[in-house]
Design a binder for this molecule. Structure first.
Ligand SMILES: O=C(O)CCC(=O)C(=O)O
Ligand SMILES: [Fe+2]
Length: 367
């Protein structure tokens, strides 16, 4: 099914709305789901009534950008893991993270390390991924031990552990090459990453009102106002917004207008020196300005969940609506970033295999 957020002609929208109404009724009546075709079953299983209502009520011109979530501030803000003193986040930093949705920049790597690493990243950028068989900036850590080793640097993992807990999986990474003159990455947010194909979430937390995922974004080049440093809209991780289909701006290949205005809250730019990183929940509305310089801006990120969050359970592939491409998951797995995985909910690539660059050893989750 084509889930692209575009406004369809009325003659298509009317029967589609009727069909979606039928599926919503099917869900409400608790009718058997196993007999449904895969795509339809995914919708009945994973769409909340709110999602159905928004799509049908708007005549298929508006939808939640992702599975709806409403953030509940924890009663007590305290680190969720004990870490060495040099990595401890102050109470203010932790409170800032919960209030704003992001924290940093923090120091992880030297300018020299990043300068040297740049060559490796630039070399792999244009090569076919051994994991997915096409050129993609995603998940190159499977074939780049050096990238994986940076990702699991204690400067990063020990900070994230204070937010998500002691046992952490990395389920995705991405290289961000923002070329000279590249456009802005528009304001966006994600909760369970259902935004990818609008059928299945990528990640399945037990409680969506908690913080169950973070992104760590590492600057390889200095990021500045001129070349497109990251920008955040403070406190907007409180809820998942709606989008209007179409619209002037494009998020990669998809065009939509996010139901958010910059004067609702304080929007801040967070420039980083090479080797510094920012931790944020992807639920916090963020983006980056255009690169107005004649030099690229290179960065990479990792996406992290606690090990008790299942990632792509039973899923063979997903399609990325905004990135384009069909990502087969047979060589993909989560990688243990810190602690221990006692839950075994997701296909896993053993860390030793990654450190040796053996990207294809995948362990099945416990039945
Ligand atoms: O690098 C950028 O400009 C955007 C990064 C981003 O959106 C992310 O890491 O989730
Ligand atoms: Fe993002």
């Amino acid at each position: 099914m084509n889930m692209h957020p575009k406004v369809r002609p009325l003659w298509q929208r009317l029967p589609l709305c009727a069909g979606l109404g039928g599926l919503m009724g099917y869900k409400a009546l608790g009718l058997p789901r196993n007999i449904l075709p895969r795509d339809i079953k995914a919708i009945v299983n994973n769409w909340d009534y709110e999602m159905f209502r928004e799509l049908i009520g708007s005549g298929l011109t508006s939808a939640y950008i992702d599975q709806p979530c409403y953030f509940k501030m924890p009663e007590k803000i305290a680190p969720k893991a004990e870490v060495a003193p040099e990595y401890r986040m102050s109470q203010e930093q932790l409170k800032g993270f919960y209030t704003n949705g992001f924290a940093g920049p923090f120091d992880a790597f030297s300018r020299e390390q990043m300068l040297d690493f740049k060559a490796d990243l630039l070399a792999i950028e244009g090569r076919t991924s051994k994991t997915y068989n096409f050129v993609t900036p995603r998940d190159r850590h499977f074939e780049m031990p050096r990238l994986w080793n940076y990702m699991k640097s204690p400067a990063i993992t020990e900070r994230v552990a204070q937010i998500l807990g002691a046992d952490l999986n990395c389920w995705r990474s991405q290289i961000f090459y923002k070329g000279p003159g590249a456009p802005a990455i528009q304001w966006h947010q994600a909760s369970t990453f259902m935004v990818e194909d609008y059928q299945d979430p990528a990640i399945f937390p037990a409680d969506r009102s908690e913080i169950f995922q973070v992104t760590v974004w590492v600057a390889v080049d200095e990021s500045t106002h001129e070349n497109g440093a990251l920008r955040f809209a403070k406190g907007t991780h409180d809820r998942v917004r709606k989008i209007k289909f179409g619209g002037k701006e494009g998020f990669y290949n998809a065009s939509y207008d996010l139901d958010f205005s910059e004067d609702e809250t304080e929007c801040v730019e967070v420039p980083c020196k090479p080797g510094q990183f920012i931790i944020f929940t992807e639920r916090c509305i963020h983006g980056s300005a255009p690169n107005t310089t004649n030099r690229h801006r290179l960065a990479f990120n990792l996406r992290v969940t606690p090990t008790n969050v299942a990632v792509y359970p039973g899923k063979k592939y997903y399609r990325s609506v905004y990135n384009g491409g069909k990502y087969h998951l047979d060589k993909w797995g989560v990688c243990l970033l810190r602690g221990e995985d006692r839950c075994h909910l997701s296909r896993t690539i053993p860390a030793e295999a990654l450190e040796r660059g053996e990207f294809s050893r995948v362990l099945a989750p416990a039945a």
